[in-house]
Design a protein around this ligand. Structure first.
Ligand code: NCD
Length: 305
């Protein structure tokens, strides 16, 4: 049972609990009326101290589709954070109005800290370059829907593996599934953090690192492309030098398997050419839609009747 619980990192829910969410999300996808009233009378606070389109909108859409309501802010400049209010105080205040809090912050550990002060569940919608567990639920549900199961897969991660929180969360989460092997494709400066590599080693997950997308491409069942995370760089020159290291285009797609699934948490900048969108293996827009179903399943399970 995940009722009343917070979600800060993917492994806060065990495999069975995560699986239950996918089953629920699939039911919601096939039956538009399912759980339509489960959050009636409930209020969700969305506190976004960092920009977001999909995550915030999909949480709000999910809550509204469950019969609930939302309040919050999308711009910290319009909240009392701009006056110097501490996160602890903002969260305690929001918790006195709402039944659950979804928050995004540029600071690693912010959601965990918030959960210590909040009497209501806190859902981490991204804490700096650390984790993004509901994107991971989205990614796993998409893989499950498009591949039938989450096992026996070679998954490639390409781009900014250092700062990409969606990569950190998904790599850790995949470690719990059977026969998963990972290939990390990044420039030297943006390799996967040591703590993730260590976690994978400890859990006996097969993985390797490469600089070449072309070399990795033929082996992949899933390719997870990511944006170079400009806002986490210390200087603009490094960003400009690294931003276009990998661009997935039609030509590179010819190196991939016929049943490859290409994912991207979005927003994309240049790393996937628009010409790839019409390839049946491009699944990133479907993925965004699964994000809403899985967030409905999550909110209904945490908050619903
Ligand atoms: C991601 C994020 O915020 O980490 N976006 C999202 O939530 N879909 C990825 C990104 O911003 O690059």
């Amino acid at each position: 049972m995940i009722k009343g619980r917070s979600l800060i990192e993917p492994d806060n829910f065990n495999l069975e609990e995560t699986d239950d969410l996918f089953v629920l999300a699939e039911k919601i996808e096939t039956d538009g009326q399912y759980l339509r009233e489960s959050c009636r009378g409930k209020l969700l606070a969305t506190l976004f101290f960092e920009p977001s389109t999909r995550t915030r909108l999909s949480f709000e859409a999910a809550m509204l589709r469950l019969g609930g309501s939302c309040l919050g802010f999308a711009d910290p400049g319009s909240s009392s954070a701009a006056k110097g209010e501490s996160l602890a105080d903002t969260v305690r205040m929001a918790a006195s109005y709402a039944d659950a809090i979804v928050m995004r912050s540029p600071k690693e550990g912010a959601a965990l800290l918030a959960s210590h002060y909040s009497p209501v569940p806190v859902i981490n919608a991204g804490d700096g370059g650390h984790h993004h567990p509901t994107q991971t639920l989205t990614d796993l549900l998409t893989i499950r829907r498009l591949r039938g199961d989450i096992k026996n897969l070679t998954v490639g991660f390409c781009g900014d593996l250092k700062f990409g929180r969606t990569v950190h969360s998904l790599a850790k989460a995949l470690a719990r599934y059977e026969k998963i092997s990972l290939i990390f494709v990044s420039p030297e400066e943006l390799v996967i953090p040591e703590y993730i590599a260590h976690y994978l080693q400890k859990n006996n997950v097969e993985f390797r690192e490469t600089r070449s997308l072309e070399e990795a491409m033929p082996q992949l069942d899933v390719l997870y492309m990511t944006r170079v995370q400009r806002e986490r760089f210390f200087n603009e020159e490094d960003y400009i030098r690294l931003k276009d290291t990998y661009v997935l285009n039609k030509e590179r797609m010819t190196l991939g398997k016929n049943n490859l699934v290409v994912l991207h948490p979005l927003p994309r900048v240049n790393e996937i050419a628009v010409e790839v969108d019409s390839d049946p293996r491009a699944a990133y827009f479907k993925q965004a839609k699964y994000g809403m179903y899985v967030r409905m399943a999550l909110l209904a399970s945490i908050l619903g009747e």
